[in-house]
Design a binder for this molecule. Structure first.
Ligand SMILES: Nc1nc2c(c(=O)[nH]1)N[C@H]1C(S)=C(S)[C@@H](COP(=O)(O)OP(=O)(O)OC[C@H]3O[C@@H](n4cnc5c(=O)[nH]c(N)nc54)[C@H](O)[C@@H]3O)O[C@H]1N2
Ligand SMILES: Nc1nc2c(c(=O)[nH]1)N[C@H]1C(S)=C(S)[C@@H](COP(=O)(O)OP(=O)(O)OC[C@H]3O[C@@H](n4cnc5c(=O)[nH]c(N)nc54)[C@H](O)[C@@H]3O)O[C@H]1N2
Ligand code: SF4
Ligand SMILES: [Mo]
Length: 768
């Protein structure tokens, strides 16, 4: 019998609602879920292809341990026990700085982080690595400086924007904004709205846009400095907004006053008239911005993200309805990192700080390979494949071999599992409970708990449960008393989880030393009662959500109801009673629920966290940095050098492939060939025929790929997709793009890797 079940895609940050048709415990059909309150009837072809992610010839079925060059099958108990003994011994000898955690999230599946991060903290370590340290760090740091909290960053208010601006993002292909293709088409077809794209090449998004600004790759900082200078010079800034909200507007004027606008735009290769018109539009219309890897992995990544916030402020479009807004997700990603705080660890070799708790990805191999006595020795990962996805794969491989202990949790065999000491098989998001923390669509705050749509047939466990198993074996939480399990079971049976919370709080009061691991205790005890640690974790996340005290939840129709009337005035318990009702609704509706409605009118004051309730536009780090962004200095790097005259975009998020998650070649064989895309004029100049093999050489290494002629890319700019360089069913597919990137090439301020600006040369490969 075939049945349709509700689910959610985990391939990109949008977490689109999916309906899956299941027959004989297999996904046979996928369609967008019309009942999903956030994504409605939308999903892209990657969501539709979910069955290729699920059904994989290289699936892992049982725990394995490396013995010599072979892996042998072991039991879960043996795996947990041995991992715990080895990790504990290493930490005892070398201290907690020897331990790092990595990954713990897919683009939109975050349940395992809720267990793994408290485990890391309980072991005394701060070292968390993940893709955040590849993409968002500079942007979050910038918002942290200006708004006062790294959790809140701006996105376009698509419902009300007049202009939708993409900067370094190819959203028509990569999505990343809600209902991307539908939204872009809507703006493009509406005579009163427009799409503007800033991208060196004629991407799919640029082709849909009404205005395409094509700066030289890597020249965005110059362009942004020139644009803000034009706006201020013309007196187009939104002075009322600045007077009302900015604490220190005067202090940033010197960054732009007297700047060589003409010289800068010449280096950018963008005509003055076009840029002036662009500035006029941004100063007179309601615009919203989506920035992505062209900025995050570009040159001057953090400075650019910072200047993009300044651009929003000077045009009065920062945190305002119709402009750029902040989505209120139901859970914070973590506490803001104050890097000046001496309690925040710097990496020992590279002296880097984290942003929102995440260290730069490029540091990982360097920190393992260093000979510092406090170097990293233990790495535990889930839901990531750092050998492929972190900069400099060769260094990552060497580092993995040097580690004393590498534990990898994955659903299938990968480049990283092959180097592990222990491989632990996870369930996919369709075999287990799962949730994403990126679930907002402005002004609606939504929440969806995925329920398993497939039965488990092999010896796999939910990721959150695996982390919990390691935590218990390491003694991070002691055995729990039976009465707590009973209280949890009763509370679940009676739909009254607050009573359990009261019992647990009392237990923690009596065992203060367990307060820091309370979330692990919930995962264990409530996880048992609910049949899933991940399900218990979303309950805990909702119960402690900061939204519980904002009124945002009540606006979506939720109340405390009749439960625990006698506790309803209690300042701590009232929000929990409210949020427990929200959990009930979320658990009852696997298609997702609108759990809150943000306040449009007060977006700005609601999201300024500085004590003076003002925007802090100035900071010393940017002041020092921006002085170096001059046409003369920038031209030298942007124009390239003789040995490496071209620029490689080391990665391209293209239609058929998805990072390294979508390994089954059936999904992209004809949509996403493994090529190096270059402009036909460059190809002619280099005397290259379409489809012939070339070697792309960078200072780190080289890869061989067939040439693809395309007018989509600009002169001097080559692109290789990053989905390749893997084995599937014993066969090799392409080369990993991080064979040619360098771990050391990272943003000066926050350490994002420079993956979209890799100087290279292209050589013909001799035909045999
Ligand atoms: N189909 C598909 N979709 C995906 C993914 C996938 O693998 N496949 N991955 C998902 C993930 S994890 C992410 S992070 C997103 C990424 O989504 P995107 O960031 O949209 O993906 P990219 O293809 O890297 O697009 C970056 C754009 O920036 C441009 N660019 C490069 N250098 C510069 C520069 O110096 N300045 C400017 N202004 N632009 C520049 C490039 O030409 C390119 O068009 O996609 C998500 N969606
Ligand atoms: N040079 C270069 N490098 C890049 C990029 C680039 O453009 N160029 N893009 C960067 C970006 S934006 C990102 S987001 C990263 C992505 O890189 P990673 O964080 O490494 O993510 P994926 O490549 O998607 O790999 C995810 C892994 O999780 C596994 N997996 C899938 N589902 C589950 C599950 O339910 N449980 C468990 N335990 N495992 C699961 C998959 O099998 C896969 O091995 O790569 C980055 N690296
Ligand atoms: S847009 Fe993202 S979340 Fe939605 S279906 Fe596509 S890959 Fe999945
Ligand atoms: Mo990403």
């Amino acid at each position: 019998m075939r049945t349709w079940k509700k689910s959610q895609c985990n391939m990109c940050g949008l977490a689109c609602g999916l309906e899956m048709e299941i027959e004989n415990n297999e996904i046979v059909n996928v369609r967008p879920d019309p009942d999903n309150p956030r994504t409605k009837r939308y999903c892209c072809r990657k969501g539709r292809a979910a069955k290729y992610y699920q059904t994989n010839t290289d699936r892992l079925n049982y725990p394995q341990k490396r013995v010599g060059n072979k892996f042998i099958r072991i039991t879960w108990d043996q795996a947990f026990q041995e991992i715990a003994e080895k990790a504990s011994a290493i930490i005892r000898e070398y201290g907690p700085r020897s331990f790092a955690l990595c990954g713990c999230a897919l683009a939109s599946a975050h349940s395992d982080a809720a267990v793994a991060k408290p485990l890391m903290a309980a072991l005394g370590s701060q070292y968390y690595y993940g893709p955040i340290g590849i993409e968002f760090a500079g942007n979050w740091w910038s918002h942290g400086k200006i708004l006062g909290d790294q959790n809140y960053f701006t996105e376009p208010d698509e419902e009300k924007n007049e202009v939708l601006l993409f900067w370094g993002s190819n959203s028509y292909v990569s999505h990343q904004i809600s209902e991307a293709r539908r939204t872009i088409r809507k703006f493009s077809e509406d005579p009163n709205r427009m799409v503007i794209d800033v991208d060196p090449r004629m991407s799919e998004t640029a082709r849909m846009s009404d205005m395409h600004i094509a700066p030289q790759p890597g020249s965005d900082a110059l362009l942004l400095r020139a644009m803000i200078s034009i706006i201020l010079k013309r007196g187009w800034q939104h002075q009322d907004f600045l007077d009302l909200w900015a604490a220190d507007y005067d202090k940033i004027i010197p960054w732009f006053d007297g700047f060589d606008i003409i010289g800068a735009l010449q280096v950018c290769g963008t005509p003055y008239v076009q840029i002036e018109e662009f500035c006029r539009i941004l100063s007179t219309r309601k615009w919203g911005l989506h920035q992505d890897l062209g900025i995050f992995c570009g040159r001057h990544s953090t400075l650019n993200s910072y200047l993009l916030v300044i651009l929003q402020a000077v045009t009065g479009m920062l945190c305002v309805s119709g402009g750029n807004i902040v989505q209120d997700a139901f859970k914070h990603r973590g506490p803001t990192t104050h890097e000046e705080d001496p309690a925040v660890w710097r990496t020992v070799k590279t002296n880097r700080f984290p942003v929102l708790g995440t260290y730069p990805a490029g540091c990982l191999s360097q920190e393992i390979l260093s000979d510092h006595p406090q170097r990293l020795r233990i790495l535990m990962t889930s839901r990531t494949n750092p050998i492929r996805s972190f900069p400099d794969s060769k260094a990552m491989k060497k580092a993995s071999e040097k580690l004393d202990l590498l534990v990898v949790i994955d659903v299938c065999e990968t480049e990283t599992t092959r180097l592990a000491d222990y491989i632990l098989p996870g369930k996919t998001g369709y075999e287990s409970y799962e949730f994403s923390m990126f679930q907002a669509t402005y002004p609606h705050v939504t929440c969806q708990l995925k329920h398993p749509v497939l039965e488990q047939t092999a010896e796999r466990k939910e990721d959150a449960e695996i982390w919990l198993g390691i935590a218990k074996a390491m003694g991070v939480i002691p055995p729990m008393p039976e009465y707590l399990y009973q209280a949890a079971e009763k509370s679940v049976a009676e739909n009254d989880r607050i009573t359990f919370m009261l019992t647990l709080s009392k237990y923690i009061e009596e065992h203060q030393e367990l307060a820091p691991v309370m979330s692990l205790i919930i995962a264990e005890v409530m996880g048992k009662a609910m049949g899933s640690a991940a399900r218990a974790m979303i309950w805990a996340a909702l119960l402690t959500s900061h939204l519980g005290t904002t009124g945002i939840i009540e606006r979506a129709g939720f109340s405390m109801g009749d439960k625990h009337k006698q506790l309803q005035g209690h300042p701590k318990l009232s929000p929990m009673i409210l949020m427990d009702n929200v959990f009930q609704a979320v658990d009852d509706h696997p298609e997702g629920v609108v759990i809150g409605i943000s306040y449009r009118e007060t977006c700005l004051p609601d999201h300024i966290f500085h004590e003076d309730k003002k925007l802090h536009l100035y900071c010393d780090e940017i002041n020092n940095y921006i002085q170096r962004i001059t046409p003369e200095a920038e031209a030298i790097v942007i124009k390239g050098e003789a040995e490496f005259p071209m620029v490689l975009s080391a990665g391209r998020h293209s239609d058929g492939g998805h990072n390294a998650t979508m390994r089954n070649p059936a999904t992209y064989q004809y949509r996403q060939p493994y090529t190096v895309a270059i402009n036909p004029e460059d190809a002619t100049e280099l005397n290259l025929e379409n489809s012939q093999n070339v070697r792309v050489v960078t200072k780190t290494g080289s890869v061989v790929a067939p040439v693809e002629y395309t007018w989509q890319t600009s002169r001097g700019y080559a692109l290789i997709p990053h989905h390749f360089g893997f084995q599937f069913d014993g066969k090799e597919y392409g080369s990993g793009i991080n064979e040619v990137t360098a771990a050391k090439d990272m943003d000066e301020l926050t350490g994002n890797p420079t993956l979209r600006f890799v100087p290279c040369r292209i050589e013909a490969v001799e035909r045999s």
